[in-house]
Design a protein around this ligand. Structure first.
Ligand code: ADP
Ligand code: MG
Length: 458
């Protein structure tokens, strides 16, 4: 890899890791050059280097190989000393073969087909299952058993950061663990295109075709990338058909359903739809909390003394609902800061170190939205919720709505009061208190409020 290539990778890294992670961890890295097939970087401090190599080396590598498939490893050194950063911790159960190589018998063209590196953290063990992803997980599990091919392809789709890549790597790990001889090829659609173009340039299309047709399992991540890229689509289509004809399993992911990918040829679209299409739904609060808890357990291994205040995880799961990558990034940053300054993780630290993330993910739920939802739930009219009537049948829902406004918006009590037919802020305060009490005493109310909160946040 050259400096220019490293420069050209920045945009992609920024996109994959998110602005915050990118600015905090990647931007400060200095690319020093190649040492054989190892890309060497300098980090500002030793801690920094350790941190980046533990958390981001796979992502870095997977981006780097799209430009230079010859790079095998990356090394991050602290620029103040020569001490190399600690290696990534071993995964719980490392499968024997991370990147199976397909051969064509005489070693010809092997370099056209390295599988993209698999992230050792992306296993089924570390995948937290919840309502939003249980179908996708079940399908992935089934495919990973390696039995007779029952649906082809498996098409996984869902928004950014919902676990598509994680599931695909988990399948690859599991398959190669069950059968080390199986040739499992995992790569992104972007890498597929890169290899294809490379083969064209080097006039090695025969090698390319033969190699891609010789795998047992083909996984192509983010297939939406080839939309609009005609010759790549064409080649992909042929590869796809050849493998399906041989009854080889294909697993595809995309950020949306096949029929929503524009500029995709119809024959490809219908091929993609011909197997099992499952989607990963946006996360819900429980899933997010579960993921955070499992990450904390993982970090505990690295920083056993770190204390984390009660309520912090709940707060994060509640506030950061965009995507899991952002959620993880936030937790990672918290741990990094806490361990850097040797302080426990408190709400104060959260506010200090994550101000930007919290602001960015501040989805605005409006007072009106809350009022409408609550009125609907209790089957009363919106005008009765806001109006002056004091009947219990209206007053209780009104208090619930006030409570939710306080919880879910950043509006002040007087502002909330104004929006509830010009009531005083003390009335709002009383209502909020009342619901807090009732949630302790009355299971039904507690359940209602929780359900409404979830519906509003979804
Ligand atoms: P996608 O490919 O859908 O954009 P990824 O698979 O890269 O998303 O997931 C983003 C991050 O979130 C990864 O670090 C992944 O491990 C994590 N993640 C997503 N879903 C889960 C889950 N259900 N359990 C544990 N980690 C998850
Ligand atoms: Mg992905």
């Amino acid at each position: 890899m050259t400096r220019e290539q490293w420069g050209a990778l920045q945009d992609g890294l920024n996109k994959t890791l998110g602005q915050n992670n990118y600015q905090t961890w990647i931007k400060p890295l200095e690319f020093k050059g190649m040492d054989g097939n190892v890309a060497v970087f300098h980090a500002p401090t030793n801690f920094f280097g350790t941190y980046v190599s533990q958390n981001f080396s796979d992502v870095l590598l997977s981006h780097i190989v799209t430009f230079d498939p010859g790079v095998r490893r990356i090394q991050i050194k602290a620029s103040n000393g020569s001490q190399p950063a600690a290696p990534k911790p071993e995964p719980a159960a490392p499968p024997p073969q991370a990147a199976p190589q397909a051969g064509d018998g005489n070693g010809n063209g092997r370099d056209l087909l390295p599988s993209a590196p698999l992230d050792p953290r992306f296993t089924f063990d570390s995948f937290v299952v919840g309502k939003p992803n249980e179908l996708a997980h079940a399908a992935a599990r089934r495919v990973s058993e390696g039995g007779p091919v029952s649906f082809n392809p498996l098409f996984l789709y869902g928004g950014v950061g919902l676990g598509k890549t994680h599931l695909m790597h988990a399948i690859a790990w599991e398959l190669s663990e069950r059968n080390p001889h199986l040739v499992v090829l995992y790569l992104s659609a972007e890498q597929f295109m890169y290899r294809f173009v490379q083969a064209l340039r080097e006039k090695r299309m025969m090698d390319f075709k033969e190699l891609f047709r010789s795998v047992d399992v083909l996984m192509v991540d983010d297939v939406q990338f080839i939309a609009g890229k005609d010759s790549t689509q064409e080649e992909f289509f042929h590869t796809f058909n050849a493998l399906v004809d041989q009854n080889k399993q294909i697993i595809i992911s995309a950020d949306r359903a096949p029929d929503e990918i524009k500029d995709l040829e119809n024959r490809i679209r219908s091929r993609l739809q011909s197997g099992l299409v499952v989607d990963l739904h946006p996360t819900d609060y429980e899933l997010r909390l579960g993921i955070l808890q499992s990450k904390v357990e993982f970090y505990r291994g690295q920083y056993p003394d770190l204390h984390i205040d009660e309520g912090v995880l709940e707060f994060l799961a509640h506030r950061i609902s965009t995507n899991v990558r952002v959620l993880e990034g936030a937790l990672t940053r918290l741990f990094a800061f806490a361990s850097l300054v040797g302080k426990p993780i408190t709400m104060e630290l959260v506010q200090d170190s994550l101000a930007d993330v919290l602001r960015a993910s501040d989805r605005k739920i409006s007072i009106e939205e809350i009022q409408r939802k609550v009125a609907e739930h209790y089957n009363i009219r919106l005008s009765d919720m806001i109006g002056p009537k004091r009947l219990r049948a209206f007053a209780r829902p009104r208090q619930v709505a006030m409570y939710l406004c306080k919880q879910l918006t950043s509006r002040s009590l007087p502002e909330i009061g104004r929006r509830f037919g010009g009531r005083d802020h003390t009335t709002v305060m009383h209502g909020v208190k009342r619901i807090e009490e009732l949630r302790q005493q009355d299971g039904q109310i507690d359940e209602d409020v929780e359900m409404l909160r979830r519906a509003l946040e979804a």
